[in-house]
Design a protein around this ligand. Sequence first.
Ligand SMILES: N[C@@H](CCC[C@H](N)C(=O)O)C(=O)O
Length: 280
Amino acid sequence: MALSFTKMHGLGNDFVVLDGTRTPIALDVHAARALADRHFGVGCDQILIVDPPRRANADFGYRILNSDGSESGQCGNGARCFARYVREQGLTDKTLITVDVFDGQMTIETLDAAAHRYRVALAIPAFEPARIPLTGFNQARSYRLKNVAGRPLTFAALAVGNPHAVLRVKDVETAEVGLIGPALEAHPAFVQRVNVGFMQVVARDHVRLRVYERGAGETLACGSGAAAAAIAGIEAGDLDAHVRVDLPGGRLEVDWAGRDEFVYLSGPAERVFDGKLVLS
Ligand SMILES: N[C@@H](CCC[C@H](N)C(=O)O)C(=O)O
């Protein structure tokens, strides 16, 4: 049996995209890991599956699997690639699509089809610890853990469909991403693990960011991480409502008008190649 796929990326955060609208796609942890493996498989940070909608008002369903086989409720860079994919595969010609994600819905707008730029209304951020989920704390602007990889750590925490911790650093280049990232990702306070962002504030409308992603390690860009970092900075009073986020793979734009509002993420979506997997 052969399975068609498309390799895509958003600022180097790379994906294998599969169409599950015609034939249902079930990938267990082992199959997902094998597909995402950069040496023995196609290789990617995440696998994105386009599903039929789960609710009457949606156009599609969206499943996201990390390279370690775990499932996530959100992938911002993937959402832009998703929109490009469904249009180019002829699955829709809409310029505004509504997509069912794990625990909600998001809309994705084509800003410029020729330049492949998209804007995603990602989620209304959640700050309540139970919704992140983060245990052992009451809701606060910042949280402190005494010992993460031997260091005391202060961070903001929120969910935008998936969980994020955001740490402030002086310089993203020298941030201890490889040490703190995996230690906080797996800290027992985050019962479903967490994506860990390291944010350097450059100006009120500009940050630099690196993200150690849950289930994938450090990536060249993380869309939901960019949104979470901008929100954390806006909540702290250090950033304005429009933020340019520079990641190792390039720039994303985030807009957030405040509590109870959707956060918007804008950026590119690139198609790399199409292929066929022969499944034994
Ligand atoms: N690359 C993503 C986030 C993918 C999921 C994440 N690793 C998680 O487990 O929540 C993005 O662009 O948002």
